[in-house]
Design a protein around this ligand. Structure first.
Ligand code: CXF
Ligand code: ZN
Length: 380
């Protein structure tokens, strides 16, 4: 077997921000304590990979690096102290940890996990000992990304970031539960708590926004308004429950919030920002219903622009909150969503717009950059 020894394999390396990835041979070290080495079966491209790949500013521009964090794999070997999974198990690596033991994991108030020392922004190495498991053929260190680095045939992931999944579950569908779909569905179910008959407005119909729609549809929302600059997103959105559509470029004479307030008789019960633009977050808040409208921020504002809201509107009872991984605890909640798919309730199939080979990874980047794909599954 390969356990205990470095593995030579292929990975897609990013050497410089915004440059095409190159498939190169690398060495992947064996897992240390609390770690799992997995053979990736397939991986998909999430918009956070794209944003980080483009980012050319300190302290984020860390290269050479292996991106990718939405994936599924099989356990090749485990390090000391790992009892939860064993060789041959099918697993999802998840960027958001869930050790199960810390005060945050034990609390039902949120989905945080405090197992690792907090080093904000610096998620380029293994989280416990702060070293890399990847080396280039010249011996140079290659950095991790979001604790997963799935654009590689083999990767090493902390056990806090591993969720076991039934090996009989369709592999490409399961892959989607590793990031985007859970983020959207979780936000609708857990963070907002969308209920039957409620009205919903979603700003940005990428995979995360569409997953919010899917979550709202399953909860019986009566009106699900999608907002997107791409008019093709309405037809696509209907597959996930979108009932109404606004193209903001078509209503420049009136504020977007006014249009939404008219459509919902006073404002949507739940507004979701799924882009990462501060002004859109403000639009979402302005579109939510006075008294109890909830605005949930899912988008990541890469520039760190502060959010500007009319504070008087908050007095009525409107709220704004954000969430990570849809407020879900990966080890507890991913199996719940997987079950909903098996019961033919949760639509995962329509998120997959393309199948590519891992070698064609740069094509997946192109498709997502041009807004032509939702999820591209790349097979190793
Ligand atoms: C993102 C969003 C929040 C920060 C880390 C990465 N999640 C997944 O794509
Ligand atoms: Zn992601």
């Amino acid at each position: 077997g390969t356990a205990g020894r470095p593995i030579k394999c292929k990975a897609a390396i990013c050497r410089k921000a915004g440059q095409p990835l190159s498939i190169e041979e690398i060495e992947v070290d064996p897992p240390k304590a609390w770690e799992v080495r997995i053979k990736i079966l397939c991986t998909s491209l999430c918009h956070s990979d794209l944003s980080s790949w483009k980012l050319d500013v300190e302290p984020f521009a860390i290269f050479p690096r292996i991106f990718g964090h939405e994936a599924i794999g099989v356990v090749e070997s485990v390090g000391e102290n790992v009892h939860e999974v064993k060789e041959g198990d099918t697993v999802l690596p998840v960027f958001h940890p869930n050790c199960g033991d810390c005060p945050d994991c034990k609390s039902s108030k949120g989905n945080g996990c405090s197992v690792f020392v907090k080093r904000p922004g610096l998620v380029h190495n293994m989280p416990r000992d702060w070293t890399s498991r990847f080396r280039g053929s010249d011996g140079q260190v290659i950095y991790h990304f979001l604790k997963v680095s799935s654009f590689s045939e083999y990767t090493v992931v902390d056990i806090a970031n591993i969720v076991k999944i039934d090996g009989l579950f369709p592999v490409d569908r399961a892959c989607l539960l590793s990031c985007g779909v859970c983020t959207g569905v979780g936000a609708a179910w857990k963070v907002a708590g969308v209920e039957e008959g409620s009205t919903v407005a979603i700003f940005g119909l990428g995979s995360v926004g569409l997953a919010v729609a899917e979550g709202a549809r399953l909860r019986g929302a009566s009106k699900i308004i999608g907002v997107d600059l791409n008019p093709e997103k309405f037809e696509l959105g209907k597959k996930f429950g979108v009932t109404d559509f606004i193209n903001p470029s078509g209503c420049r004479d009136r504020p977007l919030s006014e249009v939404i307030k008219e459509m919902t008789d006073g404002g949507a019960d739940y507004c979701f920002e799924c882009i990462g633009v501060a002004s859109v977050m403000a639009d979402a808040f302005a579109s939510s219903r006075e008294g109890y409208g909830k605005t949930i921020i899912l988008g990541v504002e890469m520039a760190g622009t502060p959010l500007s809201l009319n504070s008087v509107e908050l007095l009525s009872g409107k709220t704004v909150s954000g969430c990570i991984f849809g407020g879900l605890k990966p080890k507890i909640d991913i199996p719940v969503l997987a079950q909903k798919y098996l019961e033919k309730e949760l639509n995962l199939d329509d998120f997959i717009t393309h199948h590519l080979s891992f070698q064609e990874i740069n094509k997946a980047f192109e498709l997502l950059l041009q807004g032509k794909s939702l999820r591209c599954i790349m097979w190793m």
